[in-house]
Design a protein around this ligand. Structure first.
Ligand SMILES: [Zn+2]
Length: 74
C-alpha cells in the first residue's frame, strides 16, 4: 500500500483520502493539521486584499507552502 507523507511536517498520513485527511495542492501533499495552519496563516492576508484576485491567491498559497516545506512547519 502506498504511504503518503506530508511534505511539510513529514508525518505519514494513514489511509489517505483526498480532501478529507490530506490535501494535494499543485505538486505538494499536506496533512489536515498543516492545511489548517495554512488556512489560518492566509486568512488575515486574504482579508486585507481588496479586490480579491485569484491568481494572486494561488501564488500566495504556493509561496506559503514552499516556505513551510523548507522550514518543516507553517
Ligand atoms: Zn503535515
Amino acid at each position: 500500500m502506498k504511504t503518503l507523507v506530508c511534505d511539510v511536517c513529514k508525518r505519514p498520513i494513514q489511509s489517505p483520502l483526498k480532501d478529507r485527511n490530506y490535501f494535494h495542492i499543485e505538486h505538494r501533499d499536506l496533512c489536515e493539521p498543516c492545511k489548517d495552519q495554512l488556512d489560518m496563516s492566509l486568512k488575515p492576508v486574504m482579508r486585507a486584499k481588496h479586490p480579491f484576485n485569484y491568481e494572486w491567491y494561488q501564488r500566495l498559497v504556493m509561496d506559503s507552502i514552499e516556505k513551510a516545506v523548507s522550514k518543516g512547519r507553517f
